[in-house]
Ligand binder design. Structure first.
Ligand code: FAD
Length: 399
């Protein structure tokens, strides 16, 4: 038996994009349902991003999601760039007229959003299966799924948002030939660890070492997050905890500084990819976040882009569904892609400057070092990094 129902916006995916979209639509009086194929516990524990641009922080505050972030988030006014055995500080506040970033883990944003939405009586269906979107050539697209108890549902919508990440079904549900893809795979991966030890640094350290990139970031004053560049096809079994700490110590070493180690609770290898699908819309099916684009994490842009997409999309859907005006919906894809390509360039640039390319040679390595020396010595070059890192495009939300 299939249960049929009706809502205004069907949202596929309870990641940051889908959950924030449902919240923003509710603020504008628009109903939605969110369907998610994982459990609530899984969504709340999935280790991913941790760095928010100033505009993302302001947005979350404006829409009532800032309390815990303001209490627990760590404000950072710069980063360290390390190469040729020396560490240099870039002061974002000085370079950009006062801008900063905030460390607040994606897991915490997802927890805040799920709690807020459920307290408001929102429909979030976890552990669904066989999600499908159909009737896309009409003004009443349909979202189909099987709930955790095995009942099949068919929800008739005014619009559907594909917030289902890179491996979701919405992008592939668009008509064949519509989507153009621009992508780049990088010949290395990141081995990331979550370690229960206070950070050994006050701000993030981005390190280009001749043996590969390393990054020291953090989640809280008690929990550190560290990454190592490893070969693209690396096996995690090759990396014991002792080997990871030894390699981090080797790459991040500078005189007079010590890396504290501690219990590693998670370790995983992530591939590095740039991917942009366009357009981000087919009639009343809209893509947002990782469903439409992926950036390598070096620029810390993926989460920020996902939240920016749905901020623009919520306004567009509100205008379309409440006022019958299609202008913002028609402009959604192009407006988002302008932001996406800026972040794609910045993420590619940071990645290319800081990683050791196994397919490159001495010429490539010298170009990287020349660029790094330029960034730390030229105010113009440092400002380029700082204004992109802290967020180049403003993000606004008005009631
Ligand atoms: C190791 C790592 C580090 C990162 N670091 C940063 C960082 O520092 N800063 C930053 O800004 N970004 C970072 N990112 C990127 C960031 O985590 C993502 O861009 C972000 O999760 C995108 O959010 P989203 O909601 O678009 O997609 P997702 O978080 O992928 O959410 C999509 C959801 O859809 C669900 N789903 C998929 N298919 C279906 C289906 N068929 N039916 C129902 N549900 C479905 C999935 O289970 C998932 O919950 C990092 C990513 C990784 C992997």
């Amino acid at each position: 038996m299939t249960v049929t129902s009706r809502t205004q916006v069907g949202i596929v995916g309870a990641g940051p994009a889908g959950l924030l979209l449902s919240h923003l639509l509710a603020l504008r009086g628009i109903d939605s349902i969110v369907v998610e194929n994982r459990s609530r516990a899984y969504c709340e524990a999935r280790q991913r991003a941790g760095l928010l641009e100033a505009g993302t922080v302001e947005l979350l505050r404006t829409v009532g999601l800032g309390d815990r972030m303001d209490a627990e988030g760590l404000e950072h006014g710069g980063i360290y760039l390390q190469f040729e055995g020396e560490r240099h500080h870039l002061d974002f506040r000085d370079l950009t007229g006062g801008r900063w970033v905030t460390i607040y883990a994606q897991t915490e944003i997802v927890k805040d959003l799920i709690r807020t939405r459920l307290a408001a009586g929102a429909m979030i269906e976890f552990e669904v299966s066989d999600t499908e979107v159909g009737e896309l050539d009409t003004e009443r697209p349909v979202l189909r799924f099987t709930d955790a108890g095995g009942t099949r549902h068919e929800v008739v919508c005014d619009a559907i948002a594909g917030c289902d990440g890179f491996h979701g079904i919405c992008r592939d549900s668009m008509p064949p030939g519509l989507i153009r893809v621009a992508e780049r795979e990088y010949p290395y991966s990141w081995l990331g660890i979550l370690a229960h030890v206070p950070p050994s640094t006050d701000e993030l350290i981005y390190c280009r070492h001749q043996d590969g990139f390393a990054l020291h970031t953090m989640r809280t004053p008690q929990v550190s997050r560290l990454y190592l560049q490893v070969p693209a096809d690396e096996d995690i079994e090759a990396w014991s905890d002792d080997r990871i700490w030894a390699e981090l110590r080797h790459r991040l070493e500078v005189p007079g500084w010590e890396l504290k180690d501690g219990h590693i609770s998670e370790k995983a290898i992530s591939p590095m990819r740039s991917f942009v699908a366009s357009p981000m819309r087919y009639r009343r099916l809209f893509l947002a976040g990782d469903a439409a684009h992926i950036v390598p994490p070096t620029g810390a842009k993926g989460l920020n882009l996902a939240l920016a997409d749905v901020t623009v999309l919520a306004k567009a859907l509100s205008s379309l569904l409440k006022d019958g005006r299609a202008g913002l919906a028609d402009a959604y894809s192009d407006a988002s892609l302008t932001r996406v390509w800026r972040a794609t360039h910045f993420s590619w640039w940071m990645t290319s400057m800081l990683h050791v390319d196994p397919q490159s040679d001495q010429f490539g390595a010298e170009l990287q070092l020349a660029q790094l020396r330029y960034v730390i010595s030229s105010r113009a070059a440092a400002t380029t990094l700082a204004e992109n890192y802290t967020g180049y495009f403003p993000l606004t939300w008005e009631y």
